[in-house]
Design a protein around this ligand. Sequence first.
Ligand SMILES: [Zn+2]
Length: 245
Amino acid sequence: MLKNYLWVNDGNIKVAFTEKDRKFAKETSAGLKKAIKLLSKYFLLKKIFPPVRAVLVPNRKEYDRLVKGLLKVDIEQPSDPSRIAQPQRTDLVLLAPFAYSTDSIYKYSAREYKRLLVHEATHMFEEYLSPNMETSPRWWGEGLAVYISEQWKYEDEFIPPVIEGIRNKNIPTIKEIQKSVKLAYRWGWTIVKYIEHLYGQKMILNIVINCDDGNVIKITGKTIKDFERGWKKYLQNEKGFWEFM
Ligand SMILES: [Zn+2]
């Protein structure tokens, strides 16, 4: 499956690549190393995270071949140009940045690429720590990944729609966020941020390790109704939610 690939090998991180992506292979390896360090600290990991294997693919066709063949993840063919990374356990398929201009909707930026690697590594950590990943809600997984990678702070697709929703009094309910992929990406991180604000990072870890039925809010000890009221208040309170701006 990876016959024609070259490899960069750095201890617990292996990156496969084709010759023209050599530069990005090193960048990917270094970025993943940093990401794993950051996440091991965030999730108070006592053991060393298992070895990670990333594959930098040169084009969309190869991306689809490996997501299906190597990761065994079902994907539409050809996959959507917004897809550039797919993790599964400790494997990660990445569209090489050289292919972004033709095969994706993104432009490469070194900083965004680093954040993308933290985002994807967060999914790996959640899967590694979760007692029942199958039930983990999308808003929670994506919320964690967007929040911990700090994509929410710097990338246009996160803060502007939230500000707009608050201004137009159009904040979705938690139920709506649970049901919609789009809302899960847009709003999930605000719920994670609220939980961290209320209970600290330990509660995030507590939920990741103990939530085995998808009912994230239950672990905080609040009813969805109470939780939602507090979260909405937090979003509207400039001194609380927006203090970073
Ligand atoms: Zn994600």
